[in-house]
Ligand binder design. Structure first.
Ligand SMILES: Cc1ncc(COP(=O)(O)O)c(C=O)c1O
Length: 428
């Protein structure tokens, strides 16, 4: 067997041949090689150990290297890792779809490879639904500022217009309608005129709108903002009134992250189309799903060409479905509400300390998500280096230092994470 390269060599070779997310090809940003990950810890190739505060971008809710998820993957590997889904089916996909419909109250599941693709599928579903109803002119979307829905072209068109690279792709991205970001905070009083701008768009444009798409309650990568459940309730009603579909992108919020199994539950609303991803497989493999009501599926099937026009090669990958099935079962069989509630209380208490610092504009915690918004933009490279020196893994960006750890994080690990956040936010 090859001897593993040293951490320095690995990083050097990486810099020569690889590209990282949102990075230049010859980026000098800090890079850390991971050799192993277990529970809530990342073991670096240079021997250092970090407490993971990111759950690999919302995904690893049970922590890394979990024996039950490992066993599910191994069992499935002994049967088959993949078969095509056109004309074939398999137990992991059927069982997972049945569990997801039961948990979400939706009727039908379309599996795909990643969150961005799940959003593309949701948008195509909404458009094809309107075509099938002979309302071809209803082919535009409305959304809210501060959103993030993925990096594929159509998903980008509903990302925040300022942070979402609309400038760069001007002329290429479809132009859709944006209401302002909800002002009413999750934990403050509802501001009754918050939905006025959304209502005005729906009223003026409903004849050309096929759907509203938004991240319910928690806007993630677009600004880590938590807004009031009443906004969702009003938006849901407005969509019904103006014959516009309601798409909830729960790719980040799904599976307990916001304190409810799905964030729409904070407002008691049911979307027409729902996108899931990230934590679906407990962060093991890439899999996402777009779910919808029977009425949408039936309408699409009755229109021309009678089929839904999407079908990825790795659709419903059996290995990913088997791990996802085990991950979702583990979650719903566990007392996750108590784990997430404990994390929320600890984050709220610990991050309050940060609020007193002159470098900090706001702190907020909801479910297993803790956010510190800074006054000045963060120097990502130097702050990341300092956090690693303090033994924690966080990835700040813009004005945001935030954490969404695996739900298995211990109280002492969480305290160390928050202490490190407090430390790096000290004024120079
Ligand atoms: C709300 C939301 N939608 C969509 C996506 C895109 O998912 P993926 O990165 O798996 O394509 C993300 C990813 O961060 C997300 O947070």
């Amino acid at each position: 067997m090859d001897t593993p390269p040293s951490a320095d060599r690995l990083i050097e070779e990486d810099r020569r041949v690889l590209w990282h997310p949102y990075a230049a090809a010859n980026s000098a940003l800090p890079l850390f090689a991971v050799a192993r990950a277990t529970g809530c810890r990342l073991l670096l190739a240079d021997g250092r150990e970090l407490i993971d505060g990111m759950a690999s971008w919302w995904a690893a809710i049970h922590g890394y290297n979990h024996p039950r998820l490992n066993a599910a993957a191994t069992r499935q590997l002994a049967n088959m890792s993949h078969v095509m889904f056109g004309g074939l089916t398999h137990e992991p996909a059927v069982r997972l779809a049945m569990l997801l419909t039961e948990l979400t109250g939706q009727d039908r599941v379309f599996f795909c490879d990643s969150g961005s693709v799940a959003v593309e599928v949701a948008m195509k579903m909404a458009m094809q639904y309107q075509i099938a109803r002979r309302r071809q002119q209803k082919n535009k979307f409305v959304t809210i500022c501060g959103g993030y829905h993925g990096d594929t072209l159509h998903a980008m068109s509903v990302c925040d217009p300022d942070t979402g690279m609309h400038q760069l792709w001007r002329g290429l991205l479809p132009r859709y309608h944006f209401a302002p970001r909800p002002k009413s905070r999750f934990d403050s009083a509802w501001l009754p005129n918050d939905t006025e701008a959304l209502e005005a768009i729906l009223k003026a444009r409903h004849e050309e709108l096929c759907a509203l798409i938004l991240e319910p309650i928690v806007q993630g990568a677009g600004g880590m903002w938590f807004y009031h459940p009443e906004y969702l309730r009003v938006a849901r009603d407005l969509c019904r009134r103006y014959d516009v579909l309601f798409i909830a992108d729960e790719i980040a919020t799904g599976f307990g992250r916001s304190g409810k199994l799905f964030a729409c539950e904070h407002a008691g609303v049911k979307p027409d189309i729902l996108c899931l991803g990230k934590a679906l497989t407990g962060g093991y493999l890439t899999l996402a799903a777009t779910l919808c009501a029977d009425e949408i599926a039936a309408t699409i099937s009755m229109g021309e060409p009678g089929v839904f026009m999407h079908g990825p090669t790795f659709m419903a990958n059996p290995l990913a479905c088997a791990v996802a099935l085990e991950s979702v079962r583990m979650l719903v069989q566990s007392n996750w509400q108590s784990a997430v509630g404990g994390i929320e209380r600890a984050l709220a208490a610990n991050l309050k300390r940060c609020a007193s610092l002159p470098t900090v504009r706001d702190t907020r915690a909801l479910g297993a998500i803790g956010v510190v918004e800074t006054v000045a933009p963060i120097n990502m490279a130097s702050m990341t280096r300092r956090l690693v020196e303090l033994g924690v893994w966080l990835r700040p960006f813009g004005h945001l230092l935030y954490t969404m750890p695996p739900y298995c994080i211990s109280e002492s690990e969480l305290r160390r994470l928050c202490d490190a956040m407090f430390e790096v936010l000290q004024p120079e």
